[in-house]
Design a protein around this ligand. Structure first.
Ligand SMILES: [Fe+2]
Length: 457
């Protein structure tokens, strides 16, 4: 008569049952070690983030903001919030930022941006960054207050690795001793080669950031060793760097492309890297660098800070054995509607941000043209100027969005072209011709990049 006996028996049976289930699960469940079956990698670039503590609504900031090259710094916090809102329902596995993280390398901007990246990681996204030519030892780092700009602390390479330790540097399986390049393995079967292509050691002596890029000889040797190790580990490889691997456009050349680019492309191809994600040119463009071992795809995602404010998405397609790249808008209006309209800080412009962002971009384009027109000895009529401003605004907007191929024939035959060639020969004409596009243009907004497989031996 032991009342506890049946309960002990039941407990033993339950433990045995659970044990059998666990052992069966261990034996028959295929662990998902290679990571997600179809990994998704988002990429943004040239965010040019400026910390809110570094500017006011004074005349100097306004002037710089409005007369600049279309970077919409004022709305970057809202764009980041909208981006998080966009990603929340189906977060990608990885987010890569390919440099020019900050406006001009301000310490406060790096710190504030790192806080925003933490919000991305809180969604379960692995975030990895590399610097761009604006981010390190930049003598242009400034705080704007009313009519004046004050120097503000910049960052060293060591500061950069420290600030972004949670976004690549602490997780690196290897770091290059001579640069801020590193390798991460987000999950088994994939290694990301995050390459620092910047030259910042001379910036302070020169008094300006060096725009050109390079992969130093020692870094190339490190890359070779690491890529061979990745091959032995059976990994797919993707590279990311700030500068272009190849020329994207007749005017986006020299300083935009990494030095010795044909040799770098050959090195990538020989190591089994057939895809590199880049930024720097602020324009959406997909190009291929030809090499004897096959092409290397260079996908330059358009600047996050510039209209139309988009991001790239790479999706592994098992059935095609390749990466699908597509460009998606940061949808701001939906985010804005979800916000409390009654709040003091709510900005009504967010509710119609697509139109507002385009108007801001076209305004930058118009000011650029008007500066050129002001140099003419014999001025254009107001009607001619209006035609030209409209034409260049449309061409520029389509060029930055990677939509030059969609320019309709009537636009390409419009009277603005006649005015351009008659009155503005030279750079503007050359630039416009280079962004003219039309039917012969290739696709810049999406691509299917075949798996490079194992490096070609
Ligand atoms: Fe940039």
């Amino acid at each position: 008569m032991n009342p506890k006996k049946p309960r002990i028996g039941k407990t033993i049976a339950a433990v045995l049952g659970i044990g059998i289930i666990l052992v069966s699960a261990f034996l028959f469940f295929k662990p998902s070690l290679p990571g997600p079956e179809a990994p998704r990698i988002a990429v943004i670039t040239d965010t040019h983030y400026l910390a809110s503590s570094l500017y006011d609504d004074g005349p100097l900031f306004r002037q710089m903001y409005e007369e600049g090259d279309g970077k919409n710094m004022e709305f970057l916090p809202a764009l980041f919030d909208a981006f998080v809102y966009n990603l929340k329902n189906a977060p990608p596995d990885i987010l890569i930022l390919t440099g020019d993280l900050t406006f001009n390398g301000e310490l406060d901007s790096h710190r504030e941006l790192a806080g925003r990246l933490k919000t991305m990681e809180d969604l379960g996204i692995k975030v990895y960054v590399i610097p761009g030519n604006h981010d390190i030892q930049n003598p242009f780092a400034r705080r704007f207050s009313q009519n004046r700009a004050y120097s503000t602390p910049q960052v060293s390479p060591e500061d950069f690795a420290r600030i972004y330790r949670g976004f690549g540097y602490a997780e690196a399986i290897s770091r290059d001793a001579g640069s801020l390049s590193y390798v991460v393995q987000p999950f088994a079967g994939l290694r990301l080669f995050m390459l620092d292509s910047n030259i910042y050691q001379y910036n302070n002596a020169l008094g300006m950031p060096v725009s050109e890029g390079e992969i130093k000889a020692a870094s190339r040797a490190w890359l070779k060793t690491e890529a061979e190790a990745a091959k032995k580990a059976g990994c797919r490889l993707i590279a990311a760097m700030h500068h272009s691997l190849t020329e994207h456009n007749a005017v986006a050349r020299q300083s935009w492309t990494v030095a010795d680019s044909p040799a770098i492309a050959e090195l990538f191809a020989s190591l089994g890297i057939n895809l590199v994600l880049t930024g720097h040119i602020h324009v959406q463009s997909i190009a291929q660098a030809p090499t004897p071992a096959g092409p290397v795809w260079d996908i330059a995602t358009s600047a996050f800070s510039v209209f139309p404010h988009e991001y790239g998405l790479l999706e592994w397609l098992p059935e095609s054995a390749g990466w699908k790249y597509s460009l998606l808008p940061v949808e701001v209006e939906g985010y804005a509607k979800s916000q409390e309209k009654g709040a003091d800080s709510f900005d009504e412009r967010l509710l119609t941000f697509s139109a507002y962002g385009e108007a801001f971009f076209r305004g930058s384009s118009e000011r650029m043209i008007r500066r050129r027109l002001a140099e003419l000895e014999e001025p254009l009529t107001e009607a001619e100027s209006a035609l030209l401003i409209d034409l260049v605004g449309t061409l520029n907007a389509n060029f930055f969005a990677g939509r030059s191929g969609e320019n309709p024939q009537e636009l390409l035959n419009s009277p603005g072209f006649e005015i351009l060639s008659r009155r503005l020969p030279g750079f503007l004409d050359h630039y416009i011709q280079s962004i003219r596009g039309g039917e012969t243009s290739h696709q810049d907004r999406e691509a299917l990049i075949p798996d490079s497989g194992n490096p070609r031996d």
